[in-house]
Write a protein that binds this ligand. Structure first.
Ligand code: FES
Length: 165
Protein backbone atom coordinates (compact mmCIF):
# COMPACT_ATOMS: atom_id res chain seq x y z
CA UNK A 1 0.00 0.00 0.00
CA UNK A 2 2.72 2.44 0.95
CA UNK A 3 4.63 1.32 -2.23
CA UNK A 4 1.72 2.27 -4.50
CA UNK A 5 1.38 5.60 -2.66
CA UNK A 6 5.09 6.25 -3.20
CA UNK A 7 4.71 5.39 -6.87
CA UNK A 8 1.79 7.79 -7.37
CA UNK A 9 3.72 10.50 -5.50
CA UNK A 10 6.57 9.96 -7.95
CA UNK A 11 4.15 10.16 -10.86
CA UNK A 12 2.65 13.33 -9.40
CA UNK A 13 6.09 14.91 -9.14
CA UNK A 14 6.92 13.85 -12.70
CA UNK A 15 3.68 15.30 -14.07
CA UNK A 16 4.02 18.50 -12.04
CA UNK A 17 7.63 18.92 -13.13
CA UNK A 18 6.60 18.35 -16.75
CA UNK A 19 3.81 20.93 -16.56
CA UNK A 20 5.97 23.55 -14.81
CA UNK A 21 8.81 22.90 -17.27
CA UNK A 22 6.41 23.22 -20.19
CA UNK A 23 5.03 26.51 -18.86
CA UNK A 24 8.52 27.92 -18.34
CA UNK A 25 9.48 26.80 -21.85
CA UNK A 26 6.36 28.45 -23.29
CA UNK A 27 6.98 31.72 -21.40
CA UNK A 28 10.57 31.87 -22.64
CA UNK A 29 10.15 30.25 -26.05
CA UNK A 30 6.98 31.81 -27.50
CA UNK A 31 8.28 35.39 -27.56
CA UNK A 32 11.46 34.13 -29.21
CA UNK A 33 9.47 32.25 -31.85
CA UNK A 34 7.22 35.29 -32.40
CA UNK A 35 10.32 37.51 -32.72
CA UNK A 36 11.74 35.21 -35.37
CA UNK A 37 8.63 34.79 -37.52
CA UNK A 38 7.07 38.26 -37.06
CA UNK A 39 8.86 39.93 -40.00
CA UNK A 40 7.69 37.18 -42.33
CA UNK A 41 4.07 37.81 -41.30
CA UNK A 42 4.16 41.57 -41.83
CA UNK A 43 2.70 43.10 -44.96
CA UNK A 44 5.27 44.16 -47.53
CA UNK A 45 4.05 47.69 -48.00
CA UNK A 46 0.92 49.71 -47.92
CA UNK A 47 -0.80 52.17 -50.14
CA UNK A 48 -0.81 55.53 -48.43
CA UNK A 49 -1.59 59.22 -48.69
CA UNK A 50 1.72 61.08 -48.86
CA UNK A 51 1.97 64.82 -48.12
CA UNK A 52 3.97 66.59 -50.83
CA UNK A 53 3.71 70.23 -49.81
CA UNK A 54 1.58 73.18 -48.85
CA UNK A 55 -0.89 74.22 -51.54
CA UNK A 56 -0.20 77.92 -50.85
CA UNK A 57 3.50 77.38 -51.59
CA UNK A 58 2.69 76.14 -55.10
CA UNK A 59 2.70 79.00 -57.58
CA UNK A 60 0.50 78.90 -60.63
CA UNK A 61 2.53 77.83 -63.66
CA UNK A 62 5.70 77.05 -61.70
CA UNK A 63 6.38 73.33 -61.13
CA UNK A 64 6.76 72.57 -57.43
CA UNK A 65 9.33 69.87 -56.71
CA UNK A 66 8.72 67.26 -54.03
CA UNK A 67 10.28 63.99 -52.93
CA UNK A 68 9.61 61.28 -50.41
CA UNK A 69 10.95 57.91 -49.29
CA UNK A 70 9.05 54.69 -48.76
CA UNK A 71 10.33 51.69 -46.85
CA UNK A 72 9.22 48.34 -48.14
CA UNK A 73 9.36 45.37 -45.80
CA UNK A 74 9.73 41.96 -47.35
CA UNK A 75 10.19 39.39 -44.61
CA UNK A 76 13.42 40.34 -42.86
CA UNK A 77 14.51 42.64 -45.69
CA UNK A 78 13.82 46.38 -45.57
CA UNK A 79 14.30 48.43 -48.72
CA UNK A 80 14.12 52.22 -48.83
CA UNK A 81 13.12 53.73 -52.17
CA UNK A 82 13.05 57.39 -53.11
CA UNK A 83 10.35 58.95 -55.24
CA UNK A 84 9.83 62.43 -56.54
CA UNK A 85 7.84 64.61 -58.79
CA UNK A 86 6.48 68.03 -59.60
CA UNK A 87 3.10 69.52 -58.80
CA UNK A 88 1.99 71.86 -61.55
CA UNK A 89 -0.65 74.26 -60.27
CA UNK A 90 -2.87 75.54 -63.08
CA UNK A 91 -5.36 77.71 -61.18
CA UNK A 92 -6.72 78.65 -57.74
CA UNK A 93 -8.62 75.36 -57.67
CA UNK A 94 -6.75 72.67 -55.68
CA UNK A 95 -8.34 70.05 -57.91
CA UNK A 96 -6.67 71.66 -60.91
CA UNK A 97 -3.23 70.28 -60.12
CA UNK A 98 -1.17 68.09 -62.38
CA UNK A 99 1.20 65.94 -60.36
CA UNK A 100 3.98 64.46 -62.43
CA UNK A 101 6.42 61.70 -61.54
CA UNK A 102 9.96 62.96 -62.12
CA UNK A 103 11.22 59.56 -63.30
CA UNK A 104 12.01 59.67 -66.99
CA UNK A 105 9.99 57.17 -68.98
CA UNK A 106 13.04 56.18 -70.99
CA UNK A 107 15.49 54.63 -68.49
CA UNK A 108 14.28 56.13 -65.22
CA UNK A 109 16.72 59.01 -64.73
CA UNK A 110 15.33 61.95 -62.79
CA UNK A 111 14.09 64.87 -64.85
CA UNK A 112 14.53 68.44 -63.61
CA UNK A 113 12.49 71.52 -64.34
CA UNK A 114 14.38 74.19 -66.25
CA UNK A 115 12.73 77.61 -66.06
CA UNK A 116 15.09 78.79 -68.78
CA UNK A 117 14.05 76.04 -71.19
CA UNK A 118 10.46 76.03 -69.94
CA UNK A 119 10.63 72.24 -69.91
CA UNK A 120 11.60 69.24 -67.84
CA UNK A 121 15.03 68.07 -68.95
CA UNK A 122 16.45 64.59 -68.61
CA UNK A 123 20.23 64.70 -68.23
CA UNK A 124 20.82 61.12 -69.32
CA UNK A 125 19.92 61.20 -73.03
CA UNK A 126 18.96 64.82 -73.64
CA UNK A 127 15.22 64.34 -73.52
CA UNK A 128 12.77 67.08 -72.71
CA UNK A 129 9.16 67.13 -71.59
CA UNK A 130 6.62 69.95 -71.60
CA UNK A 131 5.24 71.46 -68.39
CA UNK A 132 2.27 69.08 -68.88
CA UNK A 133 4.66 66.11 -69.03
CA UNK A 134 4.41 65.50 -72.79
CA UNK A 135 7.50 64.30 -74.66
CA UNK A 136 9.07 67.17 -76.61
CA UNK A 137 12.34 65.64 -77.64
CA UNK A 138 14.47 62.53 -77.20
CA UNK A 139 14.02 58.80 -76.77
CA UNK A 140 11.32 58.51 -74.05
CA UNK A 141 8.55 56.29 -75.38
CA UNK A 142 5.76 58.07 -73.52
CA UNK A 143 4.84 61.13 -71.47
CA UNK A 144 5.83 61.46 -67.82
CA UNK A 145 3.75 59.37 -65.48
CA UNK A 146 1.12 61.12 -63.38
CA UNK A 147 0.13 60.62 -59.74
CA UNK A 148 -3.57 60.27 -60.46
CA UNK A 149 -5.14 60.95 -57.07
CA UNK A 150 -4.54 63.89 -54.79
CA UNK A 151 -6.43 65.78 -52.12
CA UNK A 152 -6.21 68.96 -50.07
CA UNK A 153 -6.17 68.41 -46.32
CA UNK A 154 -7.71 70.72 -43.72
CA UNK A 155 -4.18 71.90 -42.94
CA UNK A 156 -3.70 73.09 -46.51
CA UNK A 157 -1.41 70.24 -47.52
CA UNK A 158 -1.60 68.47 -50.83
CA UNK A 159 -1.40 64.70 -50.46
CA UNK A 160 -1.01 62.18 -53.24
CA UNK A 161 -2.26 58.62 -53.13
CA UNK A 162 0.74 56.36 -53.48
CA UNK A 163 0.17 52.80 -54.64
CA UNK A 164 2.83 50.36 -53.55
CA UNK A 165 3.82 48.20 -56.50
S1 FES B 1 16.65 58.20 -69.18
FE1 FES B 1 15.75 60.06 -69.75
S2 FES B 1 16.19 60.18 -71.84
FE2 FES B 1 17.08 58.34 -71.27
Amino acid sequence: MSGSNELSRRDFIKVTTGIVGGLIGAVIGLPAVYYLIDPALREGGKDAWIPIGNFDDMQIGVPYAFSFTRVQVNGWERTASSFGGYAVRRSEDPNDLLILNSRCTHLACTVNWSAEAGAFLCPCHDASFSIEGGVLHGPPPRDLDVYEEHRLTEDGLIEIFFKES
